[in-house]
Write a protein that binds this ligand. Structure first.
Ligand code: AP5
Ligand code: MG
Ligand code: ZN
Length: 214
């Protein structure tokens, strides 16, 4: 199963991906996570990406396409993959389709998760992430048992550098102007499913499973 999770910042892409990779035994490929790992390790790629990410702007297409397609060539993607946050422009989507066609593959389903702006802001500003295992929490909606500490691994919880009000607002604007046109792109391809992302974690997951099949 070759899947894409589409949706604005805070829609719950990462949250649902964590459940989907367990159920469907496919790897999650989050370009945002790859960039954050590179920033943490201080690589050249990380330095380049950080400039854009901290402002809530998109990292340039060619850089992202290179990273994503290289990752898709790895062995664990043979039987399927879950793209989280890629593609994010029509150009990226076209390049992805070209790449997949060259390898005799295609996208089976695009899951477009929708949540309104006010809720996105609340979710992102209250999000906390585990430094060690990447588990995601929310200070109100999904608090850890002990404040600042990850339930699953005991790691320290932190707030992403781009999860402040100003940057979040820009990320949502950037989504609306540059990424939303992808809905039409996949509508034309006929493989998009629309998911209401505001109905609670488990209900969203149940809807995704009903679209993909058990
Ligand atoms: P990326 O890391 O992908 O960030 P994003 O798209 O802004 O999305 P988020 O990760 O913020 O949100 P999410 O949908 O995963 O939500 P989550 O599940 O965590 O990208 C970061 C940056 O990298 C970009 O801004 C860009 O600069 C760069 N980049 C990455 N890919 C790129 C590309 N292809 N091209 C160019 N640049 C790229 O949930 C959020 C919160 O809500 C959590 O606290 C969670 O607990 C809570 N929550 C989740 N679901 C629910 C629910 N149903 N009900 C209540 N609360 C919920
Ligand atoms: Mg995410
Ligand atoms: Zn953890």
């Amino acid at each position: 199963m070759n899947l894409i999770l589409l949706g604005p910042p805070g829609a719950g892409k990462g949250t649902q991906a964590a459940r989907m990779i367990e159920k469907y035994k496919i790897p999650q490929i989050s370009t945002g996570d790859i960039f954050r790992k590179n920033i943490k390790e201080g690589t050249e790629l990380g330095k380049k990406a950080q400039e854009y990410m901290n402002k809530g702007e998109l990292v340039p297409d060619d850089l992202v396409i290179e990273i994503a397609t290289t990752r898709l060539l790895e062995d664990d993607c043979k039987n399927g993959f879950l793209l989280d946050g890629f593609p994010r422009t029509v150009y990226q989507a076209e390049k992805l389709d070209e790449f997949l066609a060259k390898h005799g593959k295609k996208i089976d389903k695009v899951l477009d998760i929708a949540v309104e702006k006010e809720e996105l802001m609340t979710r992102l500003i209250g999000r906390r992430v585990c430094r060690s295992c990447g588990a995601t929490y929310h200070i109100v909606n999904m608090p850890p048992k002990k404040e600042g500490v990850c339930d699953s691994c005991g790691g320290e919880l932190y707030q992403r550098a781009d999860d402040n009000k100003e940057t979040v607002e820009n990320r949502i604007d950037v989504y609306n102007s540059q990424t939303k046109p992808l809905v039409d792109y996949y509508e034309k391809a006929g493989n998009i499913a629309h998911i209401d992302g505001a109905i609670g974690l488990e209900n969203v997951f149940a809807h995704i499973v009903s679209v993909l099949g058990a």
